[in-house]
Design a binder for this molecule. Structure first.
Ligand code: ADP
Ligand code: MG
Length: 567
């Protein structure tokens, strides 16, 4: 090896390594899944790059992953003949974490094993998970299409630094050698490894092979010396999961595949697998994760589906096929309707993409509707992704009503912070004569719940939605109707309780207003330019006064957002 240098891991990597080793001990077998997943990704990438340049295969287009072990040496090796890495790739990919928001995320970790294990899952463990079972990891790799002397060896004990050196490597692709820790030697075992491959990587399209050595025997049953023949056996199913008929795929297989596609650690909540033939031809497999990824609100957080064209992997994170408000959906789209050399730029212009997008949007919304039949699961979904879904009515006019049906709210019916009441629930409970769905938007849940604007509603037993999420005002400015009923902000404009009020009450109110004209005049003078108008109200039953916004005025939340933006 030449040109050897020792480099320090980025701080975030060091933190992640520490946390992972400590908190994932009881899940440590997942290292194999992560390394196979990376090998499969590397094969996908080579197949894609080779579409334009067959020479990249270097005469070996039989893409595969090989797993070997050496019991005496206590090593496990995972090898692929995929795209490989050059020196810069190695330093960037195996020395840093390039995702934005990582540092902030890692700072949230507490040092409590169980809590952190969950959080790390949310982050995705990846390559570094090798260090859960190994105290030394060696990577040998060469990028496809480069010269034999462009190989790179990476080596680390996972303790803050790693070395990189130039090596000769006649094959392209990557080989990862794990030097197992004393208490992890059990993994250097045929049976164990085979089971793990079947358990976690059956659905990987690339064949995962393991060597099998057979020794011929003579007539008396004795092994003939020097007759050993090693053959490679494919251990996994090795067909793309989404291509197989639904009826033949078990839940466990769907779940395992999700983890590969989503780079997630935990099971998905649900999925929807569809083959479409006709004008458009595509297969989609969409998943709802059970937990928000740490970068859900990052501007450049990863989102979108994994795109395949006729089974050939094209790109990760193809974001053109789902609207932004469904950015939490993960999965695969495989289509015949796009060309193999499609690029992100082309995707933005192709009208077929819009057609598939609207079809996938419907699928995703239907999947959520189905999920909503299970209260507990839907609540998990809502707690994680509800505020993203609330962007829907503003972004997707065509599906406004559908999205509205999926929303959940806190309301005066429960007075609980848990957002678990649907608009349909509300409508069912509407008072006789009530024509509108009432809501209030405030700073915090308590401010909403205790608002003086609610006094009259509570007195009359009329339910009000209690809103205090950042996006709520934006949501309500686009959600003007549900099930034919208008939505009305109780803090804006004239109070109109519809037919819930009787004539007598109305008359009494008018009389009070008349009687107080003098008072109103004096208050108006005192407040001067600070207010637009002062009126007698029957909104209040206990409080003496409250501030009301004009009907079409921007709400408090929007004002604050505009102010923050310097407007
Ligand atoms: P992720 O797979 O989510 O990107 P990983 O930590 O698993 O994260 O891997 C980090 C990066 O290292 C990958 O994105 C890839 O660029 C590179 N990498 C890892 N394993 C391989 C491999 N076998 N072949 C080529 N590149 C790899
Ligand atoms: Mg990975």
């Amino acid at each position: 090896a030449t040109h050897e240098e020792t480099l320090g891991f980025q701080t975030e990597v060091k933190q992640l390594l520490n946390l992972m080793i400590n908190s994932l001990y009881s899940n440590r077998e997942i290292f194999l899944r992560e390394l196979i997943s990376n090998g499969a990704d590397a094969c996908d990438k080579l197949r894609y790059a080779a579409l334009d340049n067959d020479a990249l295969y270097e005469g070996d287009s039989d893409l595969r992953i090989e797993i070997e072990h050496n019991t005496d040496a206590g090593t496990v090796t995972v090898r692929d003949n995929g795209i490989g890495m050059d020196r810069d790739d190695v330093i960037a990919n195996l020395g840093t974490i390039a995702r934005s928001g990582t540092a902030e995320f890692l700072n949230q970790l507490s040092g409590e094993q169980q809590k952190d294990a969950k959080l790390i899952g949310q982050f995705g463990v990846g390559f570094y998970s090798g260090f859960i079972v190994a105290d030394e990891v060696t990577v040998r790799t060469r990028k496809a299409g480069t010269a034999a002397d462009a190989g790179v060896e990476w080596h680390s004990k996972g303790e803050g630094e790693f070395t990189v050196a130039d090596i000769e490597r006649d094959k392209h692709g990557t080989e990862i050698i794990l030097h197992l820790k004393e208490d992890a030697k059990e993994f250097a075992d045929d049976f164990r490894l085979q089971n793990l491959v079947r358990k976690y990587s059956d659905h990987i399209e690339v064949p995962v092979r393991m060597p099998k050595t057979e020794t011929a025997k003579d007539d008396e049953g004795n092994e003939i010396e020097g007759s050993e023949v090693t053959t490679w056996e494919t251990v996994n199913e090795a067909t793309a999961l989404w291509v197989r008929p639904k009826s033949e795929i078990s839940d466990d297989e769907y779940k395992a595949f999700y983890k590969h596609v989503a780079h997630d650690f935990s099971d998905p909540l649900t999925w929807s697998h569809n083959k479409v033939e006709g004008k458009l031809e595509y297969t989609s497999l969409l998943y709802v994760p059970s937990r928000a990824p740490f970068d859900l609100y990052e501007r450049d957080g990863s989102r979108g589906v994994k795109l395949y064209v006729q089974r050939v992997f094209i790109m990760d994170d193809a974001e053109q096929f789902l609207p932004l408000y469904l950015r939490f959906i993960k999965g695969v789209l495989d289509t015949r309707d796009l060309s193999l050399n499609v690029s992100r730029e082309i995707l933005q212009q192709d009208p077929k993409v819009d057609k598939i997008k609207s079809a996938l949007t419907k699928r995703a919304l239907d999947m959520l509707k189905k999920l909503a039949k299970n209260n507990e699961q839907y609540q998990t979904f809502w707690n994680n992704f509800g505020s993203v879904l609330k962007e829907g009515p503003g972004e997707d006019f065509a599906n406004r009503e559908k999205v509205a049906g999926l929303l959940r709210f806190s309301t005066t019916h429960t007075d609980s912070t848990t957002q678990d009441q649907s608009l349909a629930d509300y409508v069912e409970r509407m008072k006789e004569g009530q024509q509108k769905i009432y809501y209030i938007v405030a700073e915090s849940f308590n401010a909403a719940k205790n608002s003086p604007h609610l006094e009259i509603f509570r007195k009359k037993g009329i339910e009000v939605l209690l809103l205090n999420d950042r996006v709520d005002e934006w949501l309500m400015s686009h959600l003007t109707e549900f099930d034919g009923k208008a939505l009305a902000d109780v803090a804006k404009g004239e109070l109109d309780l519809g037919d819930v009020e009787d004539e007598e009450e109305k008359k009494a109110q008018e009389e009070t207003a008349k009687a107080k004209e003098d008072l109103v005049k004096r208050v108006k003078e005192a407040l001067g330019d600070g207010v637009q108008d002062v009126k007698v109200t029957h909104r209040l039953t206990d409080s003496p006064a409250c501030v009301v916004l004009p009907e079409h005025e921007m709400g408090f939340q929007m004002r604050r957002i505009m102010e923050a933006a310097g407007q």
